[in-house]
Write a protein of this length. Structure first.
Length: 339
């Protein structure tokens, strides 16, 4: 199969009108942070148990079309000794891999960040592909302070995202391009909108310069929200601001926009997605999810590291996935949380 055909097939398997992506690609330190409140030590075995629980949830493929895995997980087995990527695909869930190596300060640009991991990326992708990965994810992070992100920070991050996406497509791997403008801080929704708009403009400009085919990538942006230390906005306000920014910046050729949850409460993230889909009008892209915390949080607490809780935790995950699938179609209502 040519690269182009491979990429087209992966997009076809991942993008439809009901489903979304589950992000389960936490690095070791982040996983330790997630396990800490439930009193579980992060180890190879506990991470394997948790991710095996996620991927073997019966019926998950009805709502989830892709799962982003961490490098370690590609080689792990489920309780039934099936490789985790294979167990995902049994449920029609396309396995993918987070390929960035995390963020560091951008040198000589105080307050700006940059993500590492481009060197040797093509060779790593070839290995991941053999292990079953068909798409990849790379995240750039932008914090909002008085003078950041700077113009230079925005351009430099865009360049890195575009280089990553080009390498992925050259290897037959669909890139998920994730520029995340953080919701940490006390900025209002207008400031978040302004920064997100500047970031997305720069990202698509760079993608164009690098020859990335927009039909064969996915965008994973933040929703436009007030900072965590600012007043909350209702879902209609979030939807309006988010769609305004996306319409101004994201070409119609992009097949799907899959939001990150970014620290929103699970119910809040679902309600916001629902409002976005109700308001989307004739938006040219699918508007879906690629949530980590907002999909996993409830299930993680139900599980609490105990094998006897696995079925109940899987039910909790399935419920969140189902409600987000409804929200993705604009058919969610808060009363459904009581089901
Ligand atoms: P959250 O939905 O928890 O923000 O995670 C999504 C993700 O993959 C961040 O890179």
């Amino acid at each position: 199969m040519s690269n182009q055909t491979t990429l087209q097939q992966t997009i076809a398997d991942m993008v439809d009108a009901q489903r979304g992506i589950l992000a389960a690609d936490e690095s070791h330190p982040t996983m330790a942070k997630r396990f800490q409140p439930i009193g579980v030590e992060s180890s190879e075995a506990s991470r394997r148990a948790w991710r095996s629980l996620l991927v073997t949830t019966p019926g998950l493929g009805e709502y989830i079309s892709g799962i982003i895995l961490f490098e370690e997980t590609l080689e792990q087995m489920t309780g039934e000794d099936v490789p985790i990527p294979e167990a995902a695909w049994v449920q029609n869930i396309v396995p993918g891999i987070k390929v960035d190596k995390g963020k560091i300060p951008l040198a000589l640009s105080p307050g700006d960040l940059i993500t590492q991991g481009l060197d040797g990326l093509a060779e790593r992708l070839q290995t991941y592909q053999v292990q079953g990965a068909r798409f990849a994810k790379w995240r750039e992070v932008y914090g909002i302070e008085t003078h950041t992100p700077s113009r230079h920070g925005i351009d430099t991050n865009a360049e890195v995202l575009a280089r990553y996406a080009a390498v992925c497509q050259s290897q037959g791997i669909v890139p998920i391009v994730e520029p995340e403008v953080l919701m940490d801080g006390s900025h209002d929704i207008d400031r978040h909108a302004d920064v997100t708009e500047r970031v997305l403009h720069a990202v698509f400009h760079a993608l164009h310069r690098h020859g990335v085919c927009l039909e064969l990538m996915l965008l994973k942006p933040n929703m436009v929200l007030p900072g965590k230390d600012c007043r909350r906005a209702d879902p209609e306000e979030v939807a309006e601001a988010t769609l305004r920014v996306l319409r101004r910046t994201v070409p119609a050729a992009v097949p799907s926009i899959n939001f990150l949850s970014g620290g929103q409460e699970p119910e809040e993230a679902t309600a916001n997605l629902n409002a976005i889909n109700q308001l989307h009008g004739n938006a040219p892209w699918q508007l879906s999810i690629s949530y980590g915390r907002a999909l996993q949080q409830h299930a993680l607490h139900v599980w609490s590291g105990k094998v006897e809780n696995v079925p109940a935790a899987q039910q909790a995950l399935l419920k969140r996935a189902r409600l987000n699938s409804l929200a993705r179609q604009g058919k969610y209502a808060a009363e459904m949380e009581k089901d």
